[in-house]
Design a protein around this ligand. Structure first.
Ligand code: 9MG
Length: 257
């Protein structure tokens, strides 16, 4: 899964034409490098990020989804927690809902049920603006697993098809470095529950593990993605698609003899 942010700070110039050109160029590059899904987000989920309104988010993502669906034969996913954005994105052609709040926002579960699209349910402790302020767990792996099991059950009882659901531990979302490392080391406990999507790409945990926040994070991100796939992760959300695809080719070649 390749990442395409359409927040204003994601483009080198705020102008609409530059945004469209860059979105097309980035998508073309990611697809050529082997991405199967392009994840589009109109609201930053970085620590400290401010919320945006429903209308703003729809205005940012829907034209890009329509454009990508008209130009490329690919699955587009929408990174949102808002019911109205899910509905507008589905009408524009998305094939997956990527919700960092696991369908807990008002109306989100109903929207997902009525749209019938696959959903990725992510674990997050707190909210993006404050989530990195001293997050605490007694046992991060079992607490994240229990949360995801509870959300899977809620989805199933609300009418979502179990075969359409992915789970995600939410690396960096309300977690310290040691929580993230613990989750990475024990990812196979989650892949036993349901298909897992992971996102570690270029996150600060990678910079922290490299013990140098200024260093390029590509190699660290690719290595972490590989460790996740080795433990059974099904989908990796990455910026460096070509590098990750090359590493996964080696892994598959070794696995398949
Ligand atoms: C939107 N977004 C940012 N990081 C993410 C992650 O780790 N997982 C998912 N599912 N979405 C993410």
């Amino acid at each position: 899964m390749g990442i395409l942010n359409v927040t204003p700070d994601s483009f080198s110039d705020g102008g609409r034409f530059v945004e469209v050109d860059q979105a097309l160029a980035q998508t073309e590059q990611m697809l050529a490098a082997g991405a199967d899904i392009i994840d589009i987000g109109g609201e930053s989920t970085r620590p400290g990020a401010d919320a945006v309104s429903v209308d703003q988010e729809i205005d940012r993502v829907v034209p890009v989804i329509e454009l990508l669906k008209s130009r490329f034969d690919t699955i587009v996913s929408i990174d949102t927690s808002k019911a109205a954005v899910m509905r507008a994105s589905a009408a524009a052609g998305v094939g997956l809902i990527n919700d960092v709040r696991a369908l807990r926002e008002p109306g989100a579960m109903d929207a997902a049920v009525s749209l019938g699209l696959p959903v990725c349910l992510m674990h997050m402790l707190g909210e993006p603006r404050t989530m990195q302020t001293a997050p605490q767990y007694t046992d991060v792996v079992s607490e994240v697993a229990d949360f995801l099991k509870e959300r899977l059950e809620k989805c199933r009882s609300s009418g979502l098809d179990a075969g359409q659901l992915l789970i995600d531990p939410g690396f960096g979302f309300g977690k310290t470095l040691s929580h993230n490392v613990e989750l990475l080391r024990n990812l196979s406990k989650l892949t036993d529950i349901a298909p897992v999507l992971i996102g570690l790409s270029r996150k600060s945990m990678i910079g922290q593990m490299l013990e140098n926040d200024q260093q390029d994070r590509t190699v660290g991100s690719v290595t972490a993605a590989l460790l996740c796939v080795q433990q059974g992760a099904s989908v990796v959300r990455v910026h460096d698609v070509a590098e990750t695809a090359a590493a996964l080719k080696i892994l598959n070649a070794v696995k398949n003899g």
